[in-house]
Design a protein. Structure first.
Length: 371
């Protein structure tokens, strides 16, 4: 999308890509740099520096942090009722409750100090229509992209970090390049970016800050969080979050799936359909090993199998189950289920492949010839 501001044409896709990359790249920072930036963050926001700053580079240690002192800190700052709420919710890892109870008092103060100086300057210069246009085309897209990448892995603990503020910083960046912001505001924004880019997760309280630096992010060609060797979102000591094709997995489930030794019965017992699909994708031979009978094979590397009188039939209440095995030119094997009624009436691998493509057999064959 193209926008014109101050007679300068901008490409919104440029800012989206720029700030998504900034938010997701691992930015090296020492503990001292992180502490200095956290203290600067509080000071610039008109808050007292936190008494304690905990920095974790190991994801498991971060999750295992002793939250009771945090509860006591909040108790001292905001009183009995909120303190009880925070202790109960933090220890239970219900991050949203913490934000509702005390996070907003700190978080809003911090972010208000940005927008009081930068946001108002933009608003006064360009007005409502341009503000809304940039916000919808740049800010929202950046937020969606970043959240799709890290949201499920770090949840609501992403407070006041570059993950959480990348959309706002991208929004302001547009007005830097279009010369809407004055030089002093540009310098101020650069300072905010430097502060926020030194860490990725921040749980900020009035007396305590608990932070983590940026992890390494790994994706597949489709842009999904994915890695078959290490955590797709990785901190030190190989700790982090495991993904295959964008699906979040426990370490144990990830290990079982990539072992390629899961049986079909074990795969079908997985309750979450997305995980079950991934397990089946990475263990295609599980179906063949389940006493599957080859019904049809064509010259396009399609093979139709029938599974019956097996444990999987009992689990699914389907007396007969049909699966199509497809081998792509790269050697990757894919398995898809075929509607039993269709397969019964058309026990032909090519016809079943056409059905899965939403075509009739003649259309599928014609498509192959044209290709």
């Amino acid at each position: 999308m193209k926008l014109t501001i101050n007679n300068i044409e901008i490409d919104t896709d440029y800012y989206i890509k720029k700030w998504v990359n900034i938010a997701l790249e691992a930015t090296p920072a020492t503990d001292e740099q992180i502490k200095n930036n956290i203290n600067k963050l509080y000071k610039k926001s008109g808050l007292k520096e936190p008494k304690d700053i905990f920095i974790y580079r190991d994801y498991e240690k971060f999750l295992g942090h002793d939250w009771n002192p945090v509860g006591n800190s909040v108790w001292d700052s905001v009183g009995n009722s909120v303190g009880n709420s925070v202790v109960g919710s933090v220890v239970g890892s219900v991050w949203g409750s913490v934000w509702d109870s005390v996070g907003s008092s700190v978080g809003n103060s911090i972010w208000n100090s940005v927008w009081n100086s930068i946001g108002n300057s933009i608003w006064n210069s360009v007005g409502n229509s341009v503000w809304d246009s940039v916000g919808s085309s740049v800010g929202n897209s950046v937020w969606d992209s970043v959240w799709d990448s890290v949201g499920s892995s770090v949840g609501n603990s992403v407070w006041n970090s570059v993950y959480y503020r990348a959309d706002d910083l991208a929004f302001a960046d547009v007005f830097v390049d279009t010369k809407v912001l004055s030089q002093d505001k540009i310098e101020e924004m650069k300072e905010w970016k430097e502060i926020l880019c030194s860490y990725r997760i921040a749980c900020l309280f009035e007396n305590v800050a608990i932070v983590m630096p940026a992890p390494i992010i790994r994706k597949n060609e489709e842009g999904q969080l994915h890695n078959e060797q290490r955590p797709a979102v990785e901190w030190e000591n190989c700790t982090g979050q495991y993904y295959l094709d964008g699906v979040n997995l426990t370490k144990e489930m990830w290990q079982r799936i990539i072992s390629k030794e899961m049986s079909l019965s074990k795969i079908m017992k997985i309750e979450i359909s997305d995980i079950r699909t991934i397990a089946l994708k990475y263990n295609p031979q599980a179906i063949i090993k389940e006493n599957a009978k080859l019904i049809s094979r064509d010259d396009r590397n399609n093979e139709l199998y029938l599974v019956e009188n097996s444990e999987i039939n009992k689990l699914t209440n389907y007396p007969k189950m049909y699966f199509l095995k497809m081998t792509c030119p790269t050697g990757r094997v894919f398995i898809e289920g075929v509607d039993p009624e269709f397969a019964e009436a058309n026990p032909d691998a090519t016809a079943c492949q056409a059905e899965l493509c939403g075509l009739i057999k003649s259309e599928y064959l014609q498509m192959e010839l044209e290709a």
